[in-house]
Design a protein around this ligand. Structure first.
Ligand SMILES: NC(=O)c1ccc[n+]([C@@H]2O[C@H](COP(=O)([O-])OP(=O)(O)OC[C@H]3O[C@@H](n4cnc5c(N)ncnc54)[C@H](OP(=O)(O)O)[C@@H]3O)[C@@H](O)[C@H]2O)c1
Length: 290
């Protein structure tokens, strides 16, 4: 895979729409009312810095993360951010993903987000509802204008193939999975398949929920770039075409460092060193799930 250039730090969706490859996650937000004001401030700062892709879910904080995000988005829109620039991603819990259930769940998410439309609505993981039924529900949401695109999360290749075989299933716009230096299993077959089908892979936990920030091997690579291990971990994920990363950060310093990681270009020797530390998969591995 060719390394990306500065200008290609965008992903292209099957619709042709291009969006920034670096977004922001919100898991663990909205869980504690006492943290709400600080979380809204963090999200406002993120929007000021330039983040435009924000990932959330009805599950996070039991709707609390969507509420916090809704408050931050309302302020940002009032202060001049244009709605078209934003790319808001939310996810529906599997038990809610029946044909009728999606209508109620999406309506509740929209209310919490204070938006008329979600840009990308994902099935959080595969549950008991038949895929064809969920797809029918998503298509109805699209017709109502409540979502622009739909996709899935935590789907392995077999699941994506099955999805593509149900009516409307080829309309899937993205698959969000666990992908980081320490979890490279998707490179064996899932990532190449998604790249072939121009279906962006959204990498969650790209710095391993903070687990990579003190890694001594990453630190050695980072020092050569006057960067941090977390920035190297992000730059490594972001260098690949068709990959979007949604690291979560609430501290201002982390938000800024992660944004700056878009400029970090890893050289051949860095990539070789990282490949020795975190070898690529040589056979199929079960999809890692958080
Ligand atoms: N679809 C799914 O099933 C699924 C599963 C998991 C996650 N996700 C999504 O993916 C997002 C990201 O994944 P994640 O939250 O699991 O893990 P992550 O983004 O890999 O790591 C987040 C942790 O790293 C810290 N951090 C962020 N930037 C840092 C930096 N530059 N230096 C040092 N530490 C840094 C954060 O601290 P602070 O917050 O203190 O700044 C936080 O503790 C989630 O928030 C969620 O939106 C989706």
């Amino acid at each position: 895979m060719d390394a990306r250039t500065a200008r290609s730090l965008e992903v292209t969706f099957p619709s042709g729409e291009e969006r920034p490859a670096l977004g922001l996650g919100t898991w663990r937000m909205g869980e504690d009312a006492g943290q709400r004001a600080a979380e809204v401030r963090a999200l406002r700062l993120a929007l000021d810095i330039g983040y435009r892709v924000i990932d959330t879910a009805e599950m996070y904080g039991d709707g609390g993360a969507e509420c916090v995000l809704g408050l931050a988005l309302t302020e940002a829109l009032r202060e001049g951010v244009r709605r078209e620039e934003l790319f808001v991603v939310s996810k529906i819990l599997p038990p809610n993903a029946s044909e009728r259930g999606v209508q109620a769940a999406c309506e509740a998410s929209l209310r919490r987000l204070r938006l008329d439309c979600i840009d990308l609505y994902l099935l959080h993981w595969r549950g008991g509802v038949p895929l064809a039924e969920t797809v029918r529900g998503f298509e109805q949401l699209q017709r109502r204008g409540w979502i622009r695109q739909w996709g899935v999360s935590n789907f392995d290749l077999d699941d994506l193939r099955e999805l593509a075989s149900v009516p409307g299933g080829k309309g899937c716009a993205a698959n969000q999975v666990y992908y980081s230096l320490s979890e490279r299993g998707v490179e064996f077959d899932l990532l190449p398949w998604q790249q072939l089908h121009q279906m962006p892979l959204m990498a969650y936990s790209p710095i391993d929920q903070g687990g990579l920030v003190d890694h001594p091997g990453l630190r050695a690579v980072a020092e050569g770039h006057r960067a941090t291990p977390a920035q190297v971990a992000l730059a490594w994920v972001l260098r690949q075409a068709g990959v979007m990363a949604v690291p979560k950060a609430s501290r201002a310093v982390h938000l800024r460092q992660n944004w700056a990681a878009r400029e970090l270009r890893l050289g051949e020797s860095d990539l070789a060193q990282l490949g020795r530390l975190f070898p690529p998969p040589r056979s199929k591995r079960a999809l890692a799930v958080r």
